[in-house]
Write a protein that binds this ligand. Structure first.
Ligand SMILES: Cc1cc2nc3c(=O)[nH]c(=O)nc-3n(C[C@H](O)[C@H](O)[C@H](O)COP(=O)(O)O)c2cc1C
Ligand SMILES: Nc1ncnc2c1ncn2[C@@H]1O[C@H](COP(=O)(O)OP(=O)(O)O)[C@@H](O)[C@H]1O
Ligand SMILES: [Mg+2]
Length: 155
């Protein structure tokens, strides 16, 4: 994928509230504007990378881009699960993400349990891959140092 690493930021908006309640895995959702500006070669699927909230620390993350076939969403979404425990929700804050690699296509599942275990597998795989030097260095990219005041797509 030529567009990777792909850097973008946007405000955290509300989704369907399923991430934390049904899955135990909260996902910070981006507005349509960010989703609609993704490069054409960043196809739907599950990716991994780095993320920070506001001007906070940079953490490992997994991100799902697509229609969530298990829930049959009508609108494409882009949702980031940050691999870190936050004290509070951060709706309205600016989320910065660097997508560095692709894991798998989106799938349908015959139970909620299988969806949850697939996501947990993604998280474990992402944690491992992000320790590789080529990915680790992107954690310190300048993208995460600049003021987080504007919404931006691209590099
Ligand atoms: C790493 C990761 C992998 C995911 N994989 C799938 C998938 O294969 N199929 C699917 O339908 N949804 C998948 N999801 C999306 C969840 O269904 C979604 O996060 C959940 O519906 C929460 O939506 P909400 O933010 O609107 O509450 C994945 C989410 C994450 C974070
Ligand atoms: N580790 C985390 N990763 C992503 N979001 C988190 C995390 N911890 C807390 N949150 C909060 O949970 C919200 C997402 O929960 P979720 O159930 O997916 O709701 P929604 O459907 O509104 O996106 C995020 O917008 C954020 O405010
Ligand atoms: Mg969410």
């Amino acid at each position: 994928m030529r567009s990777l690493p792909y850097f973008c930021r946007g405000q955290v908006v509300r989704g369907f509230g399923r991430g934390s309640k049904q899955l135990g895995i909260p996902t910070a959702n981006f507005p349509d504007q960010v989703v609609d500006n993704l490069p054409a070669d960043v196809s739907t699927g599950i990716y991994y990378g780095w993320a920070s909230v506001g001007s906070g620390d940079v953490h490992k993350m997994v991100v799902s881009i697509g229609w969530n076939p298990y829930y049959k969403n009508m609108k494409k979404s882009m949702e980031t699960h940050i691999i870190h425990t936050f004290e509070e929700d951060f709706y309205g804050e600016i989320l910065s993400v660097a997508i560095v690699g692709y894991l798998r296509p989106e799938k349908n599942f015959d139970s909620l349990e299988s969806l949850i275990s697939a996501i947990q597998g993604d998280i474990e795989e992402a944690k491992k891959r992000l320790d590789l030097p080529e990915y680790l260095k992107l954690k310190d990219d300048n993208f995460f140092q600049v003021p987080k005041s504007k919404i931006m797509n691209g590099h």
